[in-house]
Design a protein around this ligand. Structure first.
Ligand code: CP
Ligand code: NVA
Length: 304
């Protein structure tokens, strides 16, 4: 079976923590000036149907940093834009490259590509999941706070692709996760249900963000309207206002709480400028860790 990375639910705890351990080592080695060449002679193809700064640049830099090459395709430049079937695209790309990194809309699109691709397909964000991001987020939590199994992690805001992926990670790895979402914006029900069957620690959905963050080790937030939901932006601004991560919310958590944001951030919407720029926020270390985790992912999926 081809070694795809479509959803964290397809992996064991050992596999998930394996990416993080490897990324921590690669980060240390890079800091020490060590050069890597383990993907020399290999090429990835990147198909991005949504905008990206961090994921695109960190995947490209990761591949070059391991001695490999990258071909980047925005959807408007490919025949996908003119309705070439995904199954043809997958089979053709697989003849040219050693892995395909995809950012797109429906999860079924990455699944269809994976079904027909003989090389690994890596999910770089869909409407449903953002698996590579959550691996770098957990790496950041471990660096800052130690073993995640002992921590209380809180999600504040929309039950979106990031939230869904945190839920899967909590179930697989085994840590407490509380989600505070406004009514009507819960994470996907089937993902919660599947995770609850596996979870070894509490996995709860609440409405009150202030109560949720009490004694939290980590507060996570993300935009209120994700890519593709731009026409809901205005109505969401009002609904999500009580869910803003600001100094009042942070004070109710504690001085040792760290704040994660996958970025891009909308200041004074989901997060205040003060919190984003404050000492408890680790968003920029989190962004750096995307580079190291992507190296670990590419190395594992291409070379094994
Ligand atoms: N966090 C993240 O995925 O950022 P980009 O959309 O810039 O890739
Ligand atoms: N939930 C956001 C994440 C961006 C990295 C989105 O899908 O737009």
């Amino acid at each position: 079976m081809t070694n795809h990375l479509l959803s964290l639910a397809d992996f064991t705890k050992e596999q998930l923590t394996g990416y993080i351990d490897r990324a921590l080592l690669l980060k240390q080695e890079s800091r020490n000036g060590q050069r890597h060449q383990q993907l020399s002679g290999k090429t990835i193809g990147m198909i991005f149907e949504k905008p990206s700064t961090r994921t695109r640049v960190s995947f490209e830099a990761a591949m070059y940093g391991l001695g490999g090459q990258v071909v980047y395709l925005s959807s408007r430049d490919t025949q996908l834009a003119r309705n070439e079937p995904l199954k043809d695209m997958a089979r053709v790309m697989a003849r040219y490259v050693d892995a395909i990194v995809v950012r797109t809309f429906g999860q079924e699109i990455v699944e269809e590509l994976a079904r027909y691709s003989s090389v690994p397909v890596i999910n770089a964000l869909t409407d449903l999941f953002h698996p590579c991001q959550i691996l770098s987020d957990i790496m950041t939590v471990i660096e800052k706070k130690g073993a995640i199994e002992k921590l209380k992690i809180v999600w504040v805001g929309d039950g979106n692709n990031m939230a869904n992926t945190w839920i899967q990670a909590a179930a697989e790895i085994g840590f407490e996760l509380i989600l505070a979402c406004p009514e009507g914006y819960d994470p996907a029900e089937e993902i919660m249900a599947a995770a609850r069957k596996k979870a070894t620690k509490p996995l709860t959905l609440v409405r009150d963000p202030l109560a949720a963050v009490k004694e939290a080790d980590v507060i996570n937030c993300d935009v209120w309207a994700s890519m593709g939901q731009e026409d809901e932006q205005q109505e969401r601004l009002e609904i999500f206002q009580p869910y803003q991560v600001n100094s009042k919310l942070l004070a109710s958590a504690g001085a040792g709480t760290i704040v994660l944001h996958c970025l891009p951030a909308h200041r004074e919407e989901e997060i205040s400028e003060e919190v984003l720029e404050g000492e408890q926020c680790v968003a920029f270390d989190q962004a750096e860790n995307k580079l190291h985790i992507h190296k670990a992912i590419l190395e594992k999926h291409i070379n094994e």
